[in-house]
Write a protein that binds this ligand. Structure first.
Ligand code: SAM
Length: 407
């Protein structure tokens, strides 16, 4: 029988340079403002939208569900039911704190829809300044049905503001060759090499726009589709945004090594995009399940911090130079009776597990195994250096809980 360890306050894997906080956005942003004001290059936020609804996570249990991407375990994700005045008070505080955290050349993208747009636009104009407004990006998509009673609502709004009059926005980095025929008033032509272009003459000067040259997107984004039901990116989190949307934002509004912050990270889409482009990230979400989703997507070099961890050191993980390795096997994990509406066996109820060491209430990950759509099955074997003493086990279950055991 393994001995359960209590009071683990942080978990570090790899370099631990990225931070995932299980916390309320306002209280964590207040602490970050005190610790590191003006240090964040890009803030993306996708807060609740004033929908009045409760959202769910369809968690996948076991190898077969991970393979199919269809989860059967329904867990609460978040409740978007604040009264309008409470919602606006929350957003005002989040935006004010975000402003303090932004670097002088920083940028903030605020993702809303038709419900919160008008309120948040006026609020952000007031907080950041009307002259810091850059764009109202319309993200238009085609998913879902059509209504008989109104024009189907098929777009979200992403408000873009700068921290100063010299933002580091490099739109050319997200230029793409346009697919399909471009319809506009310009005349068409073909040059001597057979390349097609459009041209216009202004003030005696002729401008040519080649069809095969990358063009930066306008403020209407129609080329990023919403996640389809069977999209391999799907984590089961109901309001998950597509990675392509966040890749575009991260690429044009930050550079390698910059810090990206998302105070409502949900399933961790922005954190995955940040890691993909070698940005550092800070994610905050009050739902502990979200930290487990984000761990699977971007947890390689992250420090996961829980609220009770206030004051614990955010130290660099130690590199383990193992000479000889041994295997640790995990064969079965059973969840307490009555907690799951389905039967599980073997490692079905495990989403991931890791072997590490514990010092001062911090779990330092040495090696781990996490389910993903690419690797839906857990091998149940982790190799660790034999010279490590005091090894511990971390098990993350399908309910988003983590357990630590002495080995
Ligand atoms: C729309 S979802 C974010 C989805 C995310 N962009 C994605 O791609 O998965 C909003 C998130 O905000 C979180 N949230 C709501 N109120 C919060 C608060 N006061 N502090 C921290 N997180 C909060 C919810 O738990 C939820 O995960």
């Amino acid at each position: 029988m393994l001995k359960l360890i209590r009071g683990i306050t942080a978990e570090i894997s790899g370099t631990g340079e990225n931070a995932i906080y299980v916390d309320d956005a306002v209280s964590r942003l207040e602490k970050l403002c005190a610790e590191r004001p003006g240090s964040v290059s890009l803030i993306y936020m996708d807060p609740p939208f004033m929908t009045g609804k409760k959202f769910e996570i369809k968690a996948m249990v076991g190898k077969d569900e991970w393979k199919s991407g269809k989860g059967t375990l329904v867990l609460p994700a978040y409740s978007d039911t604040l009264k309008t005045e409470d919602y606006l008070a929350l957003m005002r505080r989040v935006l004010c704190l975000s402003k303090q955290l932004l670097a002088p050349d920083g940028l903030i993208f605020i993702h809303v829809d038709y419900r919160a747009n008008a309120y948040i636009r006026l609020m952000a104009d007031e907080i950041f300044g009307e002259d810091r407004f850059i764009n109202e990006i319309i993200w238009a998509y085609e998913s879902g049905g059509r209504s008989k009673y109104n024009f189907a609502r098929k777009h979200d709004v992403i408000l873009l503001y700068a921290a100063s009059d010299a933002p580091d926005l490099h739109i050319d980095d997200v230029a793409e060759v346009q697919r399909g025929e471009r319809k506009n008033h310009m005349a068409r032509g073909v040059d001597e090499d057979g390349r097609t272009y459009r041209h216009m003459t202004v003030g005696g000067k002729t401008y040519r726009y080649y069809d095969d040259e990358p063009v930066p997107p306008s403020d209407v984004w129609t080329d990023v589709s919403h996640l389809q039901q069977r999209d391999p990116q799907r984590t089961g989190f109901e309001t998950q945004k597509p990675l392509k949307l966040l890749e575009r934002i991260v690429k044009c509004a930050s550079r390698e090594g910059d810090t990206v912050l998302d105070p409502f990270f949900g399933s961790g889409t922005s954190l995955e995009a940040a890691a993909e482009y070698s940005r550092r990230f800070i994610g905050i979400d009050s739902n502990p399940l979200c930290s487990e989703l984000a761990r699977a997507r971007a947890g390689e070099n992250a420090c996961i911090i829980r609220p009770e961890n206030d004051g614990a050191p955010l130290c660099e993980a130690e590199r383990v130079e193992g000479i000889t390795f041994a295997s640790v096997y995990l064969e079965a994990f059973q969840i307490e009776e009555g907690l799951l509406p389905i039967e599980t066996g073997g490692l079905d109820a495990v989403n991931g597990w890791a072997v590490g060491t514990v010092k001062n209430g911090v779990f330092y990950e040495i090696a781990s195994e996490t389910r993903s759509r690419k690797e839906p099955a857990l091998k149940g074997e982790i190799r660790v250096p034999i010279n490590e003493t005091g090894l511990c086990l971390r098990i993350s279950d399908v309910l988003g809980r983590r357990f630590f055991y002495e080995l």
